[in-house]
Design a binder for this molecule. Structure first.
Ligand SMILES: [Zn+2]
Length: 116
């Protein structure tokens, strides 16, 4: 279970939290921390590449593209696959590993105060 950082009430997970959602109790903005999202993205990409590697998908490209470009093509194919995995992950993983919600998203731009 996740908690609102301002009023400490329990927050049920919804995927909107990745973009920012209001706390139902106190109304403050809640976000899944950027680090959490980045870790999910990293895991999705690694899983996708590992799946393609294990499935020997790259070898399908070798006859047409050669080893080097076939390898690159399978790497690029990893991104749409990673996206699919990520879509499934953002709906499931937070139920098992709840993120620590933050009141505002700390991105480099906001840290530098470029956006008022
Ligand atoms: Zn709250």
């Amino acid at each position: 279970m996740m908690q609102c950082p301002s009023c400490e009430s329990n927050v049920t997970f919804q995927k909107e939290l990745f973009r920012g959602a209001h706390c139902e109790v106190c109304g403050s903005m809640l976000f899944v921390p950027a680090t959490y999202s980045r870790v999910l993205v990293a895991i999705a990409i690694i899983t996708a590449e590992a799946l393609l590697w294990a499935g020997n998908i790259r070898k399908l490209f070798y006859p047409a593209l050669g080893v080097q470009f076939g390898f690159l093509a399978s790497l690029f194919l990893g991104f749409p696959v990673a996206f699919l995995i990520l879509t499934a992950m953002v709906r499931t993983i937070p139920h098992f590993i709840p993120p620590r919600l933050v009141g505002r998203q700390t991105r480099t731009v906001t840290t530098l105060g470029l956006i008022p």
